[in-house]
Design a protein around this ligand. Structure first.
Ligand code: UD1
Ligand code: MG
Length: 455
């Protein structure tokens, strides 16, 4: 691009209809604040300068969204969209093209905006419009006999005839910094809402002999803003469906793309199968052939090729190698590492645990702060007692250990290679290689014992 690009994002409004303590632009779509979506798109466009006009909840917005390239401009009173852009005027670079975006319109495609910006020059500004079956609430695009745009009229200022126009203002426009400097100071608030309307720029351009180039987005969702929770939910579904479609194009099977949620980034290999109601958060990588059952939550984890995750499992900050089996109802907490072919079964919780190749923890166990070798078998109901109420301790389980059911391993403790622990043991001391440890009350059978009888 021959001109530098400055982008102004309007995000000072209150968002009353969200009925929320959180500023509207911080509400999420796909786990990312609305404003973050707009900022990411602006970066994609290669904005040289990113000016964000904030007002309501300014402090929260500034705290939440960081990046050296974002400059915040405070609009202390919300006197209208034109007034909002005025606040950014002093910061615009003289020879820049300027694109105006909205902090509550999250899903505009960069390609649509590129077309808009490309049309701007000294003789022409650019406007993004859309034709809607129900244009209620939006500013209407007024065209002359030749079809050239001559003005925008807001809903509240429109005549009966104008209200019948179905071409609406999306709010998004682009002009040169010079044009904005010429026109914005001339705005008046003599209108139905007593606001300084950015939209009055269009008539000013027309009067100065500057042309108005019009572009339209490919889909209406690109220009939909969020004012209430219903609209947020609707755009969330649209966003998720787009992500689902992209994954299916890459060769992923989604049992139902309408019951898929990714609130982050999901990288998936070939022939991955994802059943319904799974949620992906943060950065998740699924290698080829991974299969995930229904109702699973995966957050910041990598899953190796051919691993199966059965229904209702939760995996967070964990690394799983190839050909493992997890769940149903398993919980892998942060710091879990499963080597190839490991098995974690139902009602098993792991935390900061390295489970060696082919080792099995199949039922009802807690394995925390543990390193486990390969070929280990942990019986049902085994607990690593890693916490004395103050400090955490390590459990070390070497290769080929067999732990009987309902065993408590009181850390710090070590089970040597090939050792065996009898069921029901409370192990408090190290077991050497190959030893059998039985740490439980000895069984006593009393002959001829009589049950008490009712008096
Ligand atoms: C605006 C347009 C309208 C268009 C519609 C599209 C004007 C006058 N009207 O109307 O033609 O159809 O958007 O949704 O521009 N904002 C500020 N400071 C302010 C006022 C608003 O930052 O003083 C921000 C808001 O946070 C919001 C955006 O600007 O993100 C739009 O403001 P809003 O009040 O929703 O404008 P509309 O009345 O919807
Ligand atoms: Mg609005």
């Amino acid at each position: 691009m021959s001109f530098p690009l400055d982008i102004v994002i309007l995000a000072a409004g209150k968002g009353t209809r969200m009925r929320s303590d959180l500023p509207k632009v911080l509400h999420p779509i796909g786990g990312r604040p609305l404003l973050q979506h707009v900022i990411d798109t602006a970066r994609e466009l290669g904005a040289g300068q990113l000016l964000t006009v904030i007002g309501h909840g300014a402090e929260q917005v500034e705290q939440r969204l960081t990046g050296e390239d974002i400059k915040y401009v405070l609009q202390t009173e919300q006197l209208g969209t034109g007034h909002a852009v005025q606040q950014a005027l002093p910061f615009l670079r003289d020879n820049a093209r300027v694109l105006i975006l909205y902090g509550d319109v999250p899903l505009t495609r960069a390609t649509t905006l590129e077309r808009l910006v490309a049309a701007v020059n000294d003789q022409q500004m650019a406007l993004l419009t859309m034709t809607l079956p129900n244009p209620t609430g939006y500013g209407r695009i007024i065209r002359d006999q030749q079809g050239h745009v001559e003005a925008i009229v807001e809903q509240k200022d429109a005549t009966e005839d104008q209200l019948r126009i179905t071409e609406i203002n999306t709010g998004i426009l682009a002009a040169t910094a010079q044009q904005l400097r010429d026109w914005l100071p001339q705005l008046s608030n003599d209108n139905a809402q007593g606001e300084y309307y950015l939209t009055d720029l269009i008539a000013m351009a027309r009067n100065s002999g500057v042309g108005i180039h019009v572009e339209q987005p490919e889909r209406v969702e690109e220009v939909e803003g969020i004012n209430n929770r219903q609209q947020q939910a609707a755009l969330e579904r649209f966003f998720q469906r787009q992500q689902a479609d992209a994954l299916m194009v890459e060769g992923v099977t989604l049992m139902d793309p309408t019951r898929f949620d990714c609130r982050g980034t999901l990288h998936a290999g070939r022939d991955v199968v994802i059943d319904i109601n799974c949620v992906f958060e943060g950065e998740v990588t699924l290698a080829d052939g991974v299969q995930i059952g229904p109702n699973c939550l995966l957050k910041n984890c990598t899953i190796g090729a051919g691993t199966r995750i059965e229904a209702n499992s939760i995996i967070e900050e964990a690394q799983v190698e190839a050909s493992c089996t997890i769940g149903p109802f398993a919980r892998l907490r942060p710091g879990t590492h499963l080597a190839e072919g490991a098995k974690i079964g139902n009602f098993v919780e792991t935390k900061k645990a390295r489970i060696g190749a082919g080792s099995k923890v199949n039922h009802l166990s807690y394995i925390g702060d543990t390193t486990m070798g390969s070929g280990v078998n942990i019986g049902a109901g085994t607990i690593t007692c890693n916490y004395d109420g103050v400090n955490k301790y390590q459990t070390e389980i070497e290769d080929d250990v067999f732990v009987g059911s309902n065993t408590a391993l009181v850390a710090p403790v070590k089970l040597g290679k090939g050792s065996t622990v009898g069921a029901g043991s409370v192990v408090t001391r190290a077991v050497a290689d190959g030893e059998l440890s039985i740490a439980r009350g000895k069984q006593r059978n009393i002959q001829g014992w009589q049950r008490p009888k009712k008096k």
